[in-house]
Structure formats: C-alpha cells, structure tokens
Design a protein around this ligand. Structure first.
Ligand code: CA
Length: 226
C-alpha cells in the first residue's frame, strides 16, 4: 500500500482528501501543520506528499525545502493563490506538481497517480540519516555528530553537504553547487566552494587535509564518499 502524507490545515478539505484517497486504497497520513508534516515524514517516509502552501505555522515552501534536504519523494502543492510567482517558487523549492484550489477530486487523484508513476523509477537516494565511520548527519533534524559529539553546521554548510550526500559517490559539478546554494549568477565563484568545503572538512573529517568523505575533483566539482 502506498503511503500519502497530506498537509492541509483546513479540516473540511483535509477530511475530503483523506476519504477520497483512502477509498482508492491509499494509506493516508493527514496532518494540519508544517512541523507535524516534517515529523511524520521523518518517522515513516511517505511515497508522496501533498502540501498546502498556506499553513498556520510555516510556509508550505519551507516544508518542501525541509523534505528536499533528504528526500526525493514526489510533492504536489495545493494553493488557493493562483499566482505565477507562487507556482514558480514552489517548483523551484522542489515541488513536482501544482494544483490550484478549488479543484475536482478526479483531476487531483489523477495527478497523484501520475506523480507516483513517475517516482516509480529507481533512483539513488539516502534516508534522513547519513552515516560514515567518522560522522553522522541527520538531514531531517539538521544535526551533525562527529565521533559522538555534536557539530554545528551553518545553513550554507548544510545546504552544500545536503547537495552532495543526496548523490553518494557521484560527482557534483562545482557550477551546479554554486547555482543551487548561492543562486544563478554565482557559477564562477569557485573560491566560495574552496572556503566552505575547508570549513566543512574541519568540522567533519578526521584529517581535514586528507579528506576521505568530501572529496575535491580538481577543475570539476566535489564528491561525497560515504
Ligand atoms: Ca491553508
């Protein structure tokens, strides 16, 4: 049975979605705010997430960003706001599809089916906790430990670390890291990467001068070796 996490603060709509999806044999986990959504997703990873952009405790975009730190789960966004900018922001944050309220239940269920089908292609992904012999990274709660001792990473360091550990063993281009973390227009600032990876290695590697996990591929980019 495929598990769907529904994040919607309007009780009537949450109930309607839950009833309709359960009637189609999905397992449904309904929650009413962003914090509960991130907790539920980390505790038992869903196969698909439906998230309303207007939540009482945080912007739905923050929920997407929190999930995307460690998960490639398909995300469908619900919004009453039919603005192009909102749509672009949600997709940039990592949403896969977008449904504007009010919507017909048949159309919504068809989007769910399509998103699950697209996600059915096997891909490399990590769970919320990444473990190496020296350190562990809990990507959901943003906690790092080195040899059992808590290590504090800055938001930018987390962003870089997450961008790499999502693709263990694979080369990630420096230009891609710069565009993802600092934004378009920063693709040439390779000195940023040198500075930040020096800090990350000092915090996480046993021997920062001989990094084993955050490896530089000269002239190309970086690679995370678990
Ligand atoms: Ca709402």
């Amino acid at each position: 049975m495929q598990r769907l996490l529904i994040v919607e603060d309007e009780p009537a709509l949450r109930r309607a979605l839950t009833i309709n999806l359960r009637a189609r044999s999905y397992e449904v986990v309904p929650v009413g705010d962003g914090a509960a959504a991130l907790r539920a997703a980390a505790t038992s990873p869903p196969d698909l997430v439906v998230v309303d952009l207007g939540l009482p405790d945080m912007d739905g975009i923050e929920v997407i960003a929190g999930l995307r730190g460690w998960s490639t789960v398909p995300i469908i966004v619900l919004s009453a706001r039919d603005s192009q900018a909102e749509k672009v922001r949600a997709l940039d944050a990592g949403a896969d599809d977008y449904v504007t309220k009010p919507f017909g239940m048949d159309e919504f269920v068809a989007r769910v089916r399509a998103a699950l089908r697209r996600a059915d292609i096997p891909q490399l992904s990590t769970g919320p906790v990444v473990t190496t012999p020296e350190f562990t990274l809990d990507l959901a709660s943003k906690r790092a430990q080195r040899e059992g001792v808590e290590v504090k990473l800055t938001p930018t360091e987390w962003h870089l670390v997450e961008a790499l550990v999502r693709h263990p063993g694979m080369l990630v281009a420096g230009t891609q890291l710069l565009a993802e973390v600092w934004g378009p227009g920063f693709e040439k600032e390779t000195n940023y990467l040198r500075v930040y990876f020096a800090q990350i290695r000092r915090k996480l590697e046993a021997d920062p001068s001989q990094p084993r996990h955050f490896v530089t591929e000269p002239g190309l980019g970086y690679r995370f070796e678990p």
